[in-house]
Design a protein around this ligand. Structure first.
Ligand SMILES: [Zn+2]
Length: 260
């Protein structure tokens, strides 16, 4: 089959075979500042299907950090999923773009098992834990992303290998998981503070997250890999996170398998 010239430059990239990604059905959870950046990159890769999941509506305060939204979207209170899906659909009409206005926490493993990969761009730990656990249960690769001002964080989860997102959430986080926590896990004041957002860091973190998705599709993903970006110093650290002995997603299975 002759490759569409649209993807000629992407497919000619050495060392990263992106042909598999073109056949993927991908879900991006969260269409805020980070989600906007991730959706832009993923739709340009030309996956088979791209689902935008978000229950929130566009507000004027979103316009300073979400380039997929317009002033009209904010004035009419358009749903973020619908506005983002419309914008990326215009960027690449080869892709079957779907919008789903739902809270991720209301969806179970049957929903998440329908995708080849899920990317998390959420603003709270509870939703991340829910999506991570469901993806892990289904064996669906999950790439989590978070931003907080000049800090960016990306974590690669490739079940059943390596650590998952919950492995990195400590007891303090778990005890206040429903309170206002930021994307990177730092405690927020209650009532919830406005999480600072810097456009370049959002863009960079979203690009790191999208590239990890591309690496997974190309068979080069590394389970448990975590990228930590510090925008103040413009430095990036990369580590492999260890599986936690108290993580429900790993621990339960191990206990059952090792019962005497
Ligand atoms: Zn885990």
């Amino acid at each position: 089959m002759v490759e569409d010239p649209r993807y000629g430059r992407i497919m000619s990239v050495r060392g990263l075979d992106l042909s598999t990604l073109r056949r993927f059905s991908i879900c991006v959870v969260g269409a805020g500042a980070l989600g906007n950046e991730v959706l832009k990159n993923i739709v340009l890769y030309g996956p088979r299907e791209l689902t935008v999941l978000d229950f929130d509506s566009v507000e004027r305060s979103n316009l300073g950090r979400c380039f997929l939204f317009s002033r009209e979207d904010a004035e009419t209170g358009m749903r973020k999923a619908d506005a983002a899906a419309r914008a990326i659909g215009r960027m690449n009409d080869d892709v079957a773009v779907k919008a789903l206005v739902e809270d991720a926490r209301s969806l179970d493993h049957e929903f998440f098992s329908g995708f080849d990969m899920v990317l998390g761009c959420m603003d709270n730990i509870a939703s991340r834990l829910h999506v991570n656990a469901n993806c892990y249960y289904c064996g669906v690769p999950y790439v989590d992303g978070g931003i907080d001002g000049l800090a960016g964080r990306v974590q690669v989860v490739i079940p059943p290998d390596g650590a998952c997102y919950q492995c990195t959430v400590n007891a303090t986080h778990m005890s206040v998981v429903d309170l206002g926590y930021t994307c990177t896990g730092r405690e927020a004041n209650v009532p919830r503070r406005l999480v600072p957002s810097e456009p370049s860091v959002s863009s960079l973190t979203g690009s790191l997250q999208s590239l990890e998705a591309a690496r997974i599709a190309a068979g080069k993903g590394e389970a448990g890999r975590m990228l930590l970006y510090n925008g103040l110093r413009n430095e990036l650290d990369s580590v492999i996170v260890s599986v936690s002995g108290v993580c429900d997603n790993h621990g339960c299975g191990k206990d059952e398998n090792h019962k005497d």
